[in-house]
Design a protein around this ligand. Structure first.
Ligand SMILES: NC(=O)c1ccc[n+]([C@@H]2O[C@H](COP(=O)([O-])OP(=O)(O)OC[C@H]3O[C@@H](n4cnc5c(N)ncnc54)[C@H](OP(=O)(O)O)[C@@H]3O)[C@@H](O)[C@H]2O)c1
Length: 285
């Protein structure tokens, strides 16, 4: 019975092409203290990776690492505020000296308020770019020279459907998310002909603590998204795993969200109209 299962799995892998073996890989996960980042860290550690957990809140990182270690996995904790470029460079250098060059970087950390343009102070617009985008840039840049020397590595950026279709009431969030998408495209172009791969993972709505951490955001999710499945952090983590294992340039989940992205490419106006009329309105608007 078990042998048949193994044969089936091997057949599926053969049909899907080469897969990366996660076992023994050194993987940096930013935003690992909560939600999707914590879940993907558990998933990767359970497959034999040594996960390096980065976020601001030490206690939460220690809890995630503790659960991984109790299950026999390997996890190390690096508390850092990734909106601080110097601190980001320092933590990357500490990681290089202690563990060597990561095989995979998952740029997942992200936070920020969803506000209309006129409600966003210019300084807040600057801060919204700090994490995710500048943090992802700085983290990737820190390890890239050594990855290039080794000629291997996988960089995964996490973004939101906002990177494809803007919605009202979240200007700086939408721009920061689009930056993650463009960063992935630019990196892929830069790294063409090298052994380093770049993937973009785009989960739709995920029932993670994100909406507790960013009050007001949930009320601004366009109502059209109620037609789509809400993902669990575990499902979002599975999508990241799939991206890495199967060397995917882009994974959009759930399927409904992928279909909307395709539809938007061909029929931008009707899709944007639907998102807009079901999106947030100004008070009295
Ligand atoms: N939830 C959704 O519906 C959804 C959908 C699509 C994409 N995403 C994206 O997926 C990523 C993960 O979100 P999530 O849903 O798992 O939300 P979450 O539970 O709020 O997790 C966000 C993570 O980012 C970390 N973080 C935030 N600011 C940071 C900073 N300045 N420095 C270091 N770490 C920082 C947080 O840790 P600390 O607070 O401890 O620093 C936390 O670990 C985010 O980029 C989010 O935008 C979420």
């Amino acid at each position: 019975m078990q042998q048949t299962m193994q044969h089936k799995t091997l057949l599926i892998y053969a049909l899907q092409g080469s897969i990366m073996d996660i076992n023994g890989k050194l993987i940096v996960v930013t935003g690992a203290s909560s939600g999707i980042g914590a879940e993907v860290s558990r998933l990767l550690a359970a497959r034999g990776a040594h996960v390096l957990l980065l976020a601001r809140t030490r206690d939460k990182l220690v809890t995630v690492a503790g659960k991984i270690q109790v299950g026999g996995g390997q996890a190390s904790v690096y508390p850092v505020d990734l909106s601080n470029l110097e601190a980001t460079a320092d933590v990357a250098s500490q990681i290089s000296q202690t563990h060597g060059t990561p095989d995979v970087i998952i740029n997942n950390a992200g936070a920020g308020r969803w506000l209309f343009t006129e409600d966003t102070a210019p300084q807040e617009a600057v801060e919204m770019m700090a994490v995710p985008y500048f943090a992802a840039f700085a983290m990737t840049r820190a390890f890239l020279p050594d990855m290039l020397k080794r000629d291997s590595g996988f960089i995964v950026n996490i973004t939101s459907p906002a990177a494809f279709i803007a919605w009202p009431g979240a200007t700086s969030y939408v721009v920061a998310r689009a930056a993650m998408r463009s960063f992935s495209d630019a990196l892929r172009a830069d790294l063409g002909g090298t052994g380093i791969r770049v993937g973009l993972v785009v989960p739709g709505l995920v029932n993670s603590p994100y909406f507790e951490h960013n009050p007001g955001a949930l009320g601004k999710v366009p109502r059209i998204s109620r037609l789509f499945r809400t993902l669990t952090p575990q499902q979002a983590a599975q999508a990241i795993l799939r991206c890495i294992q199967h060397d995917r340039r882009q994974v959009i989940v759930p399927l409904e969200m992928y279909l909307v992205a395709v539809l938007h490419r061909w029929f931008p106006r009707p899709v944007e109209w639907l998102v807009n009329i079901t999106g947030a309105r100004r008070p009295g608007g």
